[in-house]
Structures are given as C-alpha cells and as structure tokens.
Design a protein around this ligand. Structure first.
Ligand code: KG4
Ligand code: ZN
Length: 333
C-alpha cells in the first residue's frame, strides 16, 4: 500500500511517500520520499516556536513540498493519506489536516488520522523490519513529552510513567537559553557538552530513587539557573555536560529498571532527544549488558518528520483505530 503522509504538529513541515506491507503483525516500510521544511530560523529570534508563525509557514510550505514530491513521482496515486491530528500546536495541526482532507478528496481515497507520539514510537521501523521484540520498554523523549511505555505488541501498550512538569527536550531548550545558546537547545547543549566535564557540577537527579516511573525536570533546570546566578564565570561546557549527565542519569536509570522489572526483550528510544549520541550510547550499552535488543531510529527520523507519521497512519488504519479528523493538541498515547 502506498501512503502519503503529512506532518505539521510543531515547527517542521513534512510530507512523505512510503510503501507499506505486512499489516500490524509484521509491518515493513520503504520510504520513497521524505521531505522536511524546517522553520527553525523563523522561530529562533523568539527563542521558541510561535504557533501562529508555524501555521503561516506550514500553509506556505505544504503546497511547495507536495509539488516537489509529485514532480518526483509521476502519476502519483496513493492508496491512503494520513496526517497528524495530535498532540501538538492546534493551529499548526489544522493546516496539515486541511491539506490532507483536500488531497483525499482529490484522489478519492481514505484519510487516516495519526498520533504524533505513535509516529515517534514506531519510527525505528523505518530502518527495517523486526521480529521477536516484545515485550519492550519504550522511552519517548521529545520537546513536549517524556513517556515510558511497556509495549506488548505493535498495537498494545501501557503507560508506565511520564514527566510531571517539563519534558526532557523542553529542559534542554530552557537550559540552553540560560547559557545564551540558540533554539532548539538540545543539539547546542550536546555540542558544547562534548568539551565539558560531566562530573564538574553535581546537579540534582529529580525522582531518581522514586518508586514510580515518572520524571521531573523543572527542578533540575532551576538548579542550573541558580548555579549560573551564583557563578558568573561558570564554564559553560561544564554546565552543559553536567546538566546533560544529570538528565540522562534519570532517563537511563528508570528505563533500565522498567526493562528489568518487566522482563523486557527490547528497549526502544525515540523522539527528538533520541538524536543525542550520549543518550543513544548509554542505552545501547546498558541494553547490550543486559541482553536486550536496542532500537533507535536513524538520525534522519529522530526529529519530527512525515515518514514516521506514514508508519503511524498505516498502523492505525490496519488496527482500525480511527482518530477524529480534527486537531487535538493534548492527544495521548
Ligand atoms: O520530537 P521533536 O523533534 O519535536 C517534538 O515532538 O517535540 O523533539 C524536539 C526536541 C527539542 O526540545 C530539542 O531541543 C530536542 O528535541 N533535541 C535534542 C537533541 N536534538 C533535538 N535534545 C538533546 N540532544 C539532541 N541532540
Ligand atoms: Zn515530535
């Protein structure tokens, strides 16, 4: 089945064309084209994403990307169209839903809503098919979410925990701002942390020893704020490395505990923060040590993209999960 996917939940406009086979049990994907128009430069002066600017840019980018895709695939006739319905910024989500509705009408084919978080969860499937991987523990870490799931199958999972305040990516973005680094902060922190000492400053590890699988990052961010207030000549690389270490200690420790306690076969890592090499390396190493398989998407599929939405849309369609075709900013996984 050929799937045309549209992603507009935040500040990346994405359109992709995929070939999908195998159904919910043994899904297999081939990405034919994956186009992303990044709006980072537009939002950067504001230090974060401005919803109405995002909406304006999506409206401008969608026809341009689609034209490019159609030029590459002559006589394009997809079997299914899918668009992100949530979670995300509602004005931004509506642009993609509207665009996909028009295309579905034009081609006279079905339109399936897709959950952005399911897109992240499934994104490793874009790198190849897998078998014998369940039960799995999945850590989804993005700019808006930090969620730990126990995954029983490609269509069944249970939420073990989530952040009680800031998402991990949000903490990276906020700490980057404190360090005068541009938006988005995650990649900037990772870059300078390489030159710093992760043991230089002992920042708190919130909820590390707490029995739940929940997280909290706002206290950690505040500690960085106080540290910088009290140490005007602080070494930024040391601050970045120590902050990153504290945040990852909590993420990695809780993921390992969840995997041990549920006799997991695999660990899955996804979301924008999964682009961080230090986090990937730590979870890969722990997984190897414990005999778990480790899945993480290719670098090109960590940040928001439409290819992963194609996977989520296909899976939702195949498991007959119908999302309402309207923006739902707070949609849960
Ligand atoms: O998944 P994503 O592209 O968008 C959301 O769904 O939120 O994630 C974006 C988040 C941002 O907070 C960004 O700072 C963070 O992912 N991020 C990183 C890295 N690359 C992106 N965080 C840490 N290290 C990175 N290399
Ligand atoms: Zn995302």
């Amino acid at each position: 089945m050929k799937i045309l996917a549209v992603e507009t939940s935040c500040d990346e406009t994405g359109i992709a064309l995929l070939e999908a086979t195998g159904g919910v049990r043994a899904p297999r994907f081939k990405v034919l084209t994956n186009l992303v128009a990044s709006q980072i430069k537009i939002h950067r002066p504001f230090g974060g994403v401005v919803p109405n600017l995002a909406k304006r840019e999506h409206l401008k980018n969608l026809p341009v990307l689609f034209k490019k895709l159609a030029a590459k695939h002559k006589n394009l006739k997809p079997d299914l169209i899918t668009a992100t319905v949530g979670p995300g910024l509602e004005p931004a989500l509506w642009t993609g839903i509207g665009f996909a509705k028009d295309l579905a009408k034009q081609y006279d084919i079905p339109l399936a809503g897709a959950n952005h978080l399911e897109g992240h969860l499934y994104s490793f499937l874009l790198s190849g098919s897998v078998s014998n991987i369940f039960p799995a523990i999945a850590l989804i870490v993005s700019g808006g979410h930090t969620i730990l799931l126990r995954v029983e199958s490609f269509s069944k999972w249970r939420r073990l925990g989530e952040t009680r305040d800031d998402a991990a990516g949000e903490a990276f973005d906020k700490v980057a701002r404190l360090l005068d680094l541009p938006y988005p902060g995650g990649p900037e922190i990772e870059k300078i942390a390489k030159h710093g000492d992760p043991a230089a400053i002992v920042f708190p590890r919130p909820m590390l020893h707490d029995k739940s699988y929940d997280f909290s990052f706002s206290g950690l961010k505040t500690s960085v704020l106080y540290y910088l207030r009290d140490h005007k000549k602080a070494n930024k690389a040391d601050v970045a490395a120590s902050f990153q270490q504290a945040a990852f200690d909590v993420l990695v420790t809780k993921t390992i505990r969840a995997a041990r306690e549920s006799d997991a076969r695999s660990v899955m890592l996804s979301g924008g923060v999964a682009a961080n090499r230090a986090l990937r390396a730590r979870l890969a190493k722990e997984s190897k040590k414990n005999g778990w398989r480790f899945f993480v998407p290719d670098f090109k599929y960590n940040l928001d993209n439409a290819a992963m939405i194609g996977v989520a849309g296909y899976m939702a369609h195949m498991r007959k999960k119908r999302f309402k075709l309207e923006a739902n900013g707070g949609l849960e996984i």
